[in-house]
Design a protein around this ligand. Structure first.
Ligand code: HEM
Length: 467
């Protein structure tokens, strides 16, 4: 079946446009800063490739899924680079997420084994342990900030899977204390145009510098005390033991440090925001929540989920996929052209910034019917076939695709299933939740009320699922 969008793409050459409402000197810097999501979501109406001006600089937003695919797949031409990445490298070092094409291929070969399928059951056991500890601390009726709870959970999960039980509790606590300070300051530094504000001796800057220093120390100490030569089933063992099949090379000490920092930064906010948005959406859509409960009650009668249950939790996974469409944590990405390139028939000089917005794609009515509707069944195999290729990329694509996609899918599915097998989170009356587009797309504080749930208690009569 061909969608109207694909039919148009087959018959017409790609269109180009300019973002509306630019101001002299500033261009579109103000709307992009003040209301970035609305601004980006309106751009596909202007063309398949849309020019945005940021003061004297230009950026091109690829809005058509074919162009998005072209950029993601040709990571040699559309590479990570430019002033924003230079700043990120100062913080995380030159790890997988920031390295340039030539260096990235070697790094990816070395890090990939840590994410092989056969290691996942071990990681799932760590997730299960941490999810159980979180649920044991919940009190019925006592308001819970679900955003903060999911952040704490995902931080503990990645720390424990990176370092297994060999990391001491003080180090886990230290990382958990430092990370929110670092992620908050990280975005401010990424978008600051001149790089001067972060050098002022303000309280926030001092806190950020201290947290970064403490984080570096704790990573160094933990890595250096980790015995080499034995595989403990954790991510770090795999990184320490990794050997490049082509060259026989291993990761150097500073590279291990950068990869650990990259994995910590890449795993926590993305996964916790996905979970927070999912709970927000379930709170607003009680019928969807009831269907999720019915699946859990039927697959896991009276017990908690485990790794082997994952293939049977299809609806639960569709709920997460749909939450990622509406609120993709990575709402904006940029690339920089490494040579003269062509996109939508436009010749781009080397060093041109090309942007992709998974938020704009997910809310585009030409790609998704009734795009504001939370409808997990749009991911049923038959209906998913009608979604144009390249329209859903919440984990990115090509050689830079998220290395933790499977890890994150396991974690989010296990959390949803474990919570639903004993609890539900009810919306708390209060101000409406508005997306906060920072380094990751956040709900901000998300107060909800935990309520105990007996299996079968919130499932109105109806078919279990339509697959
Ligand atoms: C729902 C959760 C997650 C989402 C939505 C997500 C999204 C993404 C996206 C869109 C990219 C590509 C960025 C780009 O092309 O510039 C990416 C890359 C990456 N992610 Fe994730 N991520 C998630 C969870 C994780 C987890 C759990 C880990 C680690 C355990 C992780 C580690 C990374 C790393 C290291 C990269 C860089 C990969 C490379 O360039 O080779 N992510 N992620």
């Amino acid at each position: 079946m061909t969608t109207s969008h694909e039919a148009r793409a087959e018959s017409c050459p790609p269109t180009r446009g300019m973002a509306p409402g630019g101001l002299p000197l500033l261009g579109h810097a103000l709307p992009l800063r003040r209301r970035p999501l609305e601004f980006l979501a309106a751009l596909p109406a202007q063309g398949d490739l849309v020019e945005v001006r940021l003061g004297p600089r230009r950026m091109y937003l690829a809005c058509h899924p074919d162009l998005v695919q072209q950029v993601l797949r040709d990571s040699r031409t559309f590479d990570k680079g430019g002033p924003m990445f230079d700043k990120v490298r100062l913080l995380t070092g030159n790890g997988l997420a920031t390295s340039c094409w030539a260096e990235h291929r070697r790094q990816r070969r070395l890090v990939q084994p840590a994410f092989h399928q056969e290691r996942m059951a071990g990681y799932a056991a760590v997730m299960d342990h941490e999810i159980t500890s979180m649920l044991d601390s919940w009190q019925e009726g006592r308001v819970l900030d679900v955003h903060a709870a999911m952040q704490a959970l995902t931080a503990r999960v990645i720390v424990r899977t990176l370092f297994s039980t060999r990391i001491e509790d003080w180090a886990v606590d230290e990382i958990q204390r430092c990370l929110p300070v670092i992620t908050r300051g990280f975005f401010t530094r990424m978008v600051a145009p001149l790089g001067l504000m972060e050098k002022l001796p303000t309280r926030r800057n001092r806190e950020f510098d201290r947290a970064l220093e403490r984080m570096r120390n704790v990573i160094d100490q933990t890595v250096s005390s980790h015995p080499t030569g034995t595989d403990h089933g954790d991510l770090l063992s795999s990184l320490l033991g990794a050997e490049d099949e082509e060259t026989g090379e291993r990761l150097a000490g500073h590279e291990i440090h950068d990869q650990v920092m990259t994995l910590l930064m890449g795993a926590i906010e993305t996964t916790s925001n996905t979970l927070a948005w999912t709970y927000h959406l379930l709170g607003e859509n009680p019928e969807t929540e009831a269907r999720l409960h019915r699946e859990i009650d039927s697959v896991l009668p009276g017990r908690r989920p485990g790794f082997d249950d994952l293939p049977h939790l299809g609806y639960t996974q569709r709920v997460v996929t749909e939450a990622l469409r509406l609120y993709p944590p990575t709402w904006l990405l940029t690339r920089s052209t490494t040579c003269e390139a062509e996109l939508a028939g436009l010749r781009l000089a080397p060093g041109t910034t090309v942007a992709l917005s998974f938020y704009a794609l997910g809310h585009n009515p030409a790609l998704f019917s009734d795009p504001e509707r939370f409808d997990p069944d749009r991911w049923l195999p038959e209906r998913a076939k009608t979604v144009p290729r390249g329209a859903w990329n919440s984990f990115g694509g090509g050689s830079r695709k998220c290395i933790g996609d499977r890890f994150a899918t396991i974690e989010t599915t296990l959390v949803l299933a474990a919570v639903a097998s004993g609890w539900r989170l009810k919306p708390h009356p209060g101000p409406s939740i508005r997306p906060e587009p920072k380094a990751s797309l956040s709900t901000g504080p998300l107060p909800m009320i935990p309520e105990r749930r007996r299996q079968g208690s919130s499932a109105p009569p109806g078919p279990l699922s339509r697959e």
